[in-house]
Design a protein around this ligand. Structure first.
Ligand SMILES: CC(C)(COP(=O)(O)OP(=O)(O)OC[C@H]1O[C@@H](n2cnc3c(N)ncnc32)[C@H](O)[C@@H]1OP(=O)(O)O)[C@@H](O)C(=O)NCCC(=O)NCCS
Length: 199
């Protein structure tokens, strides 16, 4: 059995999933505002199937889309983490992604947790680059990418192969950060020194 990583930040625990996360995950995936930039909300069965896939990858790799806990206040607020997207981009690549319940928005949690996940990707997985993708109009998510030091170029916008042709949600921006830029971002004043790792 592969050892499963847990990441600790100042306010968050990014941990392996538990069965009791699934009820809140289903509520999250059924919320039209959370799912505004996805083709549809998910039924409870679809949400459970997604949780199954996330847990299976976690069991296999020891890392992935971590369940996020706000320490001392909320046992599960969604996921933040890393995911292989070779099939989407057509070359070996790992993305960072996030999806949180609405009451958890606007506290800087996505940025804080994602920073720890980026550090894990560069330090523990020895990745050279991590990408992120979002519907062009998903300003909230793209703002998180920018705050993390990720950059995008209009000439790398692409049509997401899993979104139906003709959908206004098909066009995506591709954001990237490389190892050197991440190291610089970590050391910058007001950087992210609060994100510590433990396994
Ligand atoms: C995207 C998401 C994870 C952000 O979580 P969060 O914890 O609120 O993010 P943070 O607080 O770290 O940062 C959000 C930033 O977006 C800004 N923001 C909020 N609403 C915004 C808007 N409508 N337009 C532009 N920026 C916005 C915030 O002000 C903040 O930036 P700031 O720190 O410079 O003020 C959360 O909104 C979410 O789960 N959304 C639904 C799922 C989703 O879209 N996932 C991503 C798919 S690519």
């Amino acid at each position: 059995m592969v050892e499963k990583a847990t990441l600790r930040t100042e306010r968050l625990l990014l941990r392996p999933w538990r069965d009791d996360d699934r009820a809140v995950f289903a509520q999250l995936n059924a919320d039209p505002q959370v799912m505004e930039f996805f083709p549809s909300t998910l039924t409870a069965a679809e949400s459970d199937a997604l949780a199954d896939r996330i847990v299976a990858l976690f069991d296999e790799q020891g890392w992935g889309l971590w369940a996020v806990e706000v320490v001392g206040s909320a046992p599960f607020v969604g996921f933040i983490g890393l995911n292989k997207v070779d099939a989407v981009l057509g070359y070996p690549s790992v993305e960072i992604g996030w999806r949180l319940i609405q009451p958890a928005w606007g506290h800087g949690y996505a940025t804080e947790g994602a920073f720890a996940a980026l550090r894990f990707g560069f330090d523990d997985l020895a990745l050279d680059e991590i990408v992120a993708m979002a519907v062009l109009g998903n300003a909230r998510s793209r703002r998180v990418m920018t705050k993390l030091g990720m950059t995008s170029r209009a000439d790398e916008d692409f049509d997401h192969p899993r979104v139906p042709a003709g959908s206004p949600l098909r066009r995506h921006a591709l954001h990237r950060i490389g190892r050197a830029a991440f190291a610089q971002r970590s050391e910058a004043p007001g950087g992210f020194d609060s994100a510590n790792r433990s396994t």
